[in-house]
Design a protein around this ligand. Sequence first.
Ligand code: NAP
Length: 291
Amino acid sequence: MSTEVKSIACLGLGAMGSRMALKLVAAGHDVTVWNRSQPAVEALVSAGAKPAATPRLAASQADFVISMLTDDGASRAVWLDASDGACRGLRPGAIAIECSTVTPGWVGELEQAVSVQGASLVDAPVSGSRPQADAAQLVFMIGGASDAVEKALPVLRPMGTAFHHMGDRGMGATFKLAVNALFAAQLASVAELLSFLRKSGIDAARIVEALPGFPITSPAIAGAARLMAADDTPVMFPIDLMVKDLTYVGEAAAKAGGKLPLTGAARELFLEAQGKGHGDGNITKIAKLYD
Ligand code: NAP
């Protein structure tokens, strides 16, 4: 079955965005790319994408505009810049897809700006890191009107294996923050328990061998324990981004009237690791707190 070729703009070619854009090129879509710094653009152009000089120009050539940027501030700069922002280039009827992990509050603001152009917004952040992006195994958490989500799905499919429509605008962003809060609490827990068990005299190799066999152990946590024990962690998801997500989920919960005491405790620990110079290290470097 052949794929219908879509015109897609990809804004933000960092660790995740570059891998996601490559999957869209490989799927045969007509992909235009923009990134703040140039080397990432050149790599995508070598793979078959077209470069654009500004987010506005990229958006003006596409029916679907995907962004994958650091945070609310980066997303705001790329979508709303008064002269070069992507919103100014959106075609009427286009679908804007915000894949960055951002706040539901910002998604609401962005939706207003997008709808002024006669376009629709879908928030579609992802779970999974660089290996899952390489393997097109990302899990998408999606918010937005059903008709816009239906249109976005064929564009998301080459990048992932699961697509959860969680509700209206902002619900993808909200759910994503909750998923990362769950992950953070588990990481903080396994880091302190690993230290406790080693100090008690159990060999680290025995711990990481036994841990995956329990029904309560998720594959992600078993993998994290292995990386913590080896203390040789490639950077996949840096602590700086986890601190950002835990801050965002705290803000979102406060607005919704929810309480997240455990998430708050995990945030303090990730902040401590950041303060000790591990911000650009992988999230598993939280184990360094117990060296
Ligand atoms: P990254 O490698 O640091 O890439 C960040 C991207 O944002 C780069 O393209 C960067 O441009 C751009 N950017 C940052 N500030 C900007 C600004 N002010 N104006 C314009 N562009 C700006 O991060 P990543 O790992 O790809 O993560 C991207 C998003 O996905 C984040 O929201 C993150 O929380 C989320 N996420 C990450 C992972 C993961 O495992 N890494 C997993 C799931 C979700 P330059 O290249 O010019 O710096």
